[in-house]
Write a protein that binds this ligand. Sequence first.
Ligand code: ADP
Ligand code: MG
Length: 678
Amino acid sequence: MLNDDIQSLSGIGKRRAELFYKMDIRTVKDLLYFFPRAYEDRSVIKEIDECAAGETVCVKATVFSAVKEARIRKNFTISTMTVFDDSGDMKIKWYNNRYVKNAFRQGGTYIFYGKITYSGLKKEMENPLYELEGSGKYTGRIVPVYPLTGNLTQKMAQSAVKQALEFSQELCDYLPQAVRNKYKIAELGYALKNIHFPEDSESCDIARKRLIFEELFLFELALFMRKADNERADGTAFEDADCINEFEKFLPFAFTKAQKRVVEEIARDLSVSKTMNRLLQGDVGSGKTAVAAAAVYMTVKNGFQAAVMAPTEILARQHAESFTRLFEKTDFTAVTLTGGMKTAEKRQACDMIRSGEADIIIGTHAIFSDGVDYKKLGLVIVDEQHRFGVKQRNMLIEKGINPNVLVMSATPIPRTLALVIYGDLDISLIDEMPPGHKSIKTYAVQKNMRRRAYGFLEKNVRAGRQAYIVCPLVEETEALDLKNASELYEGLVKAYPDIKFGLLHGKMKAGEKDDVMQAFVRNEISVLVSTTVIEVGVNVPNSTLMLVENAERFGLNQLHQLRGRVGRGREQSFCVFIVGQMGGTVKKRMETLCSSNDGFYIAERDLELRGPGDFFGTRQHGLPMLKIANIFTDTQLLKEAQKAAQEICSADIVIDEEEKERLNEKVEQDFYSQSILN
Ligand code: ADP
Ligand code: MG
């Protein structure tokens, strides 16, 4: 029953089911794990006399008069009725509600839940929820509030979840008894019931604790299992043989100490038969590309192919260019493969990958799509955003390949946290900037300085420099986002007819984006107006100015990442944040950015200023998609969960076979097949 489609529940037909599907709720079981975002306490019933205006309350009252309907104008009716309890009476009003007319029995007692208003001297309640006294479905208790979309109402969701809960005993608790006992974790059935319909706030807390622990525990367990898997898998040991020194000669610079150390860590991994799984962390501009290239060099020298996966087409193109340039003096062959390429081009690339003619394969996730077969893949480099997940790895293993993996990230995660959320990876850190790296001069100005900021931009452009203008996501919707950037673009084109502007936004086709980006790289476009699509990795050394509109809408981290797009050449670079409202936290945030270029410091301040909940925007990279737990606020439970997972793996906590099987199955289901780790 739990795995049945939600249409098996009463009140859910095809159309309503579609609304649930949109939220990824398909089965009865999915409903159990559809957690409320908040609760309304409808457990206290007040007397009419005690209710104050503006309060949202439950009242138990008897119907005095039948519902009267008054048609005020076309399409607008008001239904009213008077009710009373021992303390007094009040009027109840509904607007445009056809159903209430026949919903009440005179003299019947009902519970009403709604907001108290006053009209003249009389108490009123508007558009309340109601139900017959004693039914206890929607009132007289703590009621969940679900994160709904579309036309689904809370009532529909509550009723569906309530039905689903009746099947919850079908679920075996996958948390072993011994773990539950040791960490004082409630049983699954109890937790599910009380996360949706808690008896009181304490049982709600107990339920939450259990579900958070469960999620983190399973996540940690998945990491441990993965790590064990990876360590078992054996690859080929590459030969080191002075490879790295050889490679360094191709670079137009010498490695920094930090780069050198990290390259050695990677070379050591590659030269043993255990496959590498390493996270390469380094602030924007710290020189991760050259380090990655060194690994590519070693791989290709050993007769293997190396694949580089970038999160966007633009970045893939850029990587392709920088790698081609770096390996100019070698006989390596590089191919690009992205989803946006023409079929014929794709086919040619695939042929070269299959035959082994291609040594370096650079592209988007397309490089791992079906039909792409590698002759001898030895290394995968994953840039930013994407986490090379179990899904991809398994796909490759199925194809008979078990490559070394290097994940590059510019997200400055404090080390202690990194150890927990990247428990399956070894970590390398580039903690030093290349010499001659000029820090970016950053200014935050208010809207009234906007003209001066654009004057500064004009001056820079006339001096032959290039610039970025970044517009934020105004709303969640991409349509608005797009409008914002393109309006600005059009305004600028009119205002400065002799300056070449370009526009880049997420709704453009890959090919179009590419054309614009290429034109910018070739300096045929002087100013690039864009939404945050440029956030990651692009490298245009001649662009020395970045202007960010409505900078207050971005997180500190994101602004720092954005800023990393300039300051890549020899000239002094500037970053100007235009801020709508320079109040309290915004001011502090801007001060942090203006005074520091250190991503780790900024990340820590961000954590302090915004609170952990918002620390990483929704688009942050590589972090697990958790439903109820928050790795930044639930740190205590995270530590306990990690400990428990470790104890299970090391058999310090002994569980029986059946429990083991259940646990394995659950981890597989939640964290492997759906590849939440990606
Ligand atoms: P990121 O870590 O953000 O990917 P990049 O690899 O793009 O940084 O490097 C940023 C810039 O620094 C590039 O222009 C690169 O050529 C340069 N660079 C990298 N390493 C060094 C170094 N050791 N000395 C001088 N310049 C370097
Ligand atoms: Mg980079």
